[in-house]
Every structure is written in C-alpha cells, then in structure tokens.
Design a binder for this molecule. Sequence first.
Ligand code: PFF
Length: 453
Amino acid sequence: MALSESAHGMWSSRLMFILAAAGSAVGLGNIWRFPYVVGDNGGGAFVIVYLLCIFLVGIPIMSSEILLGRLGRQSPINTMKTVASSSGASPGWQIIGWMGAFVGFMILSFYAVIGGWIIAYVFKLGSGDFSGMDSGFSGSTFADFTGNVWSVVGWHSLFLIITIFITARGVSRGLETAVKYLMPALFVMLAVLVIYAATTSGHFVQGLSFMFSLDFESLSWNSVLLAMGQAFFTLSLGMGAIMAYGAYMPKDTSIIGTATTVALLDTTVALMSGLVIFPLVFANGLEISQGPGLMFVTLPVAFGQMAGGQLFGCVFFILVTVAAITSAISLVEPVVAWIVEKLKTTRVNSALILGGAAWLLGLGSAFSTNIWADVHIFAEMTYLDTMDYVSNNLLLPLGGILIAVFSGWVLDKKMRDSEMINDSAYYPVWQVLTRFVAPLAVFTVFILTFVTA
Ligand code: PFF
C-alpha cells in the first residue's frame, strides 16, 4: 500500500531530509532551553539522563515517526488513519495525529514568543547597546524588554508572520535553501563561541564540570521528567513533526541511520551551547538557575566584550532566528498538511488560519513576563511556564509512548519489515528499544514523578 510519493511534495534527497529534520530539531530547544533547564536542574546528572533519553528513547521514536510517515505519506492524522486500517487496527490510533496537532499548536504559540525575543535581540546587539556593558546592564535590559507588553507582542507577531509566509510557500522552496546554508553557518559560529569561552572566560573547566559532574543525589524524579521532556522537545518528537517530514522522504534511504545522524547533530549543538553559556555564567558571576532569561543575559555580555562583538552578536542572533524558524515550520506542517487534505484548500489559507489561531493563544505567553507576570496557573508557573511544562514534559512523552507502542506492536509486521529493509543491521536493536525500553522508560518516569511529587 505504501505510496512512493506524497501529494504535498518530496525532499529531493536523503541529505535534504537530514537537513530539514535537523532544521526542525535544532532550534530554541538547543540554544535557549537546554542551557537553562540544565542550569535549573543542577547540571551533570541531568545531562546524563538527558543523553540516555536521546539514545534509548529519542532515536527509536524518531525512527518510528519516520517509518510511519513514509508508510502513510500524508499528514500525521491521515497517515495514522491509513496505517492503522491497513494493519487491521482500531481507527482510534488516529489519536496520535490529533494529539500531535494539538500539542504542536500549543508549542508554536509560546515558541513564537521566545522567537520574537530572539529577533528583538538581533537589533539590540546590532545597535551596539551592549558594547563594554556588564551583566547588571544585560539583566536589566532583558527585564525591561520582556516587561514591555507592546514590544513583546510586536516581535511575537513578526516571528509568526515569517513562519506562516515560509510555510505557505511549500515544502521545498525556501525551507531547503534556508537549512542548506544557514544551519552550517550557525554551527561554525557556535564553534567560534565555544573557543572564545574556552580561551577567555577563565572558567571553562568549571563550566565543563558543571555539565558533566555526576551528582545523582540531587536529582529528583521531576528533574528526570524534565530531562526526558527536553529530549522529546529538542528532537521534535511525540507530536508528528518528524512523521510529517518522513512522509516526504525518499523510499530507498535508511531510517535508523538517518534518525541517528539527526540526533547526533542536535545533541552536538545543545552541548556546544552549554559549553558557551556556562563558562560565561561563572566568569560573570551570574545566577545559573535564572530560568528562561539565561542566554539573553549571558551572551550579550560576551558579545559586548569581544572585538567585533557587535557584528558577531548580531549575526549570531540572526542565525538563531533562522534555527527557530526552521523548527517553527515543522510545528505547523502536520496541521497545515491536514487542513489541505481535509478542506481541499490551499497551503496559503491553511497556514493563515493556523497562524492566526497560534497568535491568539500565544498572547498569554507574551503577557507572562509583563501584565500577567503574577498570574500563576499551576503551582508557581506562569501561563508561559505552564504551556511549556504541559506540552514538553507531559504531552510529547505521552505521544511518544503511543507512537512506540503502535510501531512496535500494532503495525503490520510485513509493512514494518519492508520499510526497514535498508536498516537490517540495527533493526533488531530498534525493535527491542521501541517495543520495551522506550515505552517502559517513559511510563516509569511518569509514574515515579507523580508518586514522589
Ligand atoms: N526541536 C525544536 C527545538 O529544539 O527548538 C522545537 C520543536 C520543533 C519541538 C518541532 C517539537 C516539534 F515538533
């Protein structure tokens, strides 16, 4: 039954798929979120749990998503419908697609707000505001900026407009070009920053040991849940983004090999971001567990002090903007593809509908650092924190369990075997991880988090 092409378009090669999937994976999750959740959760032990999740849970689930997407060749909602019915399974498995569409939409709504902060910083750095400034100035600049509701909403809107514009243009035009040139550029700039932090901060070893020292005593089950949530978020898993991209993947490529490559690229970028940020935090006596503001307070100080930092900082934030946009596009893709299939309308219309709705839902996150800063939805969490916590730590892993169980146990064996034909060496390992390790690990972490809370 597997179609060889998708009606929405196709990636032109395996490399293009890797670039697009890496474009989805590498984003704010690596550069903005990874350092601050590691900082909030005490460092080393958290990083180890995160890495275990990437390899034992993330790579198998990413492979499963690609596999299902390539079998169904449609939006995740319809892919699940088709694949479940050809496996003789309940149409109820479509829930994976529905839940994914909903979570993607939730994530997009706050992602665009943080993306807006990033675009604003392109201009702040470019204007030379930070030249020679210290961390006190950087902290107050960030607080003033996020405290101003109009500017936050303005930049948030701009981020969504760009995302919707590119999505409306289609799968390969625009997107492929962006990832082909700009992602490698981001990588090179991060490498330069790692070298800068290593040679000038005087605290590189302290940063390194913070990231890799093993203090499991202080790790709660909630931190383990957060490490797992971060692994799902950073690899774009559990909501159908990679499934949607898998639908446009050429037939004759290895799935597990490709997923592993994408995961390694993503992990390298996250670890590099940590190696830039932590030494700078220690060198400037900054608070390590300051939450979402961490990179916005730390990096401008470094750019302000380095030669050519005005230009370098500005270009760096442009590249982070691109990384964020290539991720945001993948958040939209599952739903846009579905609207096109369902309403038989154009990508332009469906992208507009979705963008408008995400903008509205995102206002709550935009308000969370200013007029709603004191509104706590759940425990001490603001609206932004709540959206982030629920989507990344609960809904993505839940989607992950369902995807693993479906592809490991329910999917017709002949269909699975035929897609995995280019993966013979690692296929048995994938089967064990997908059937047992990944679902049980996620389930156990859920239970232990809530029992010990
Ligand atoms: N992986 C992206 C990041 O690390 O920024 C975020 C993301 C994109 C999450 C797409 C989920 C997703 F489906």
